[in-house]
Design a protein around this ligand. Structure first.
Ligand SMILES: Nc1ncnc2c1ncn2[C@@H]1O[C@H](COP(=O)(O)OP(=O)(O)OP(=O)(O)O)[C@@H](O)[C@H]1O
Ligand SMILES: [Mg+2]
Length: 99
């Protein structure tokens, strides 16, 4: 299966949720990713969970800084390099300490 297809499927499920909260999704998907061996339904669930956490973190950030008009954004990227495929999910929410 292809990781980009899985991401598209989790967004089918979740994009309406994000639209209702004015959260913008930015996609930067590498074309022609190599196929990977994984359970697509399980991976879809992983991405839905990451999107839920991103949405929650953006909402929390808005609650902390009510005046600020910064638009919430979630960025999803995929890459492939040698024999691996990776995905990155980034958001403009509260952030996670690096310690
Ligand atoms: N994108 C994120 N930005 C900031 N903090 C995050 C993010 N994702 C997770 N966290 C922090 O990590 C904690 C644990 O996340 P996790 O998804 O395991 O549980 P949860 O979201 O609190 O509850 P659940 O997902 O079971 O409803 C969150 O409560 C939050 O504090
Ligand atoms: Mg969660």
């Amino acid at each position: 299966m292809n990781l980009n297809d899985v991401i598209a499927r989790s967004l089918d499920f979740f994009s309406q949720q994000l639209k209702l909260r004015d959260i913008r999704i930015i996609m930067d998907l590498e074309e022609n990713l190599p196929m990977i061996k994984a359970d697509p339904n399980h991976l879809e669930q992983v991405f839905v969970n990451l999107l839920i956490n991103a949405r929650d973190a953006i909402e929390e950030q808005h609650n902390r800084t009510p005046g600020a008009q910064q638009e919430g954004q979630i960025t999803i990227r995929t890459h492939s390099k040698r024999r691996s495929v990776s995905a990155e999910v980034r958001d403009t929410g509260t952030g996670i300490p690096m310690t």
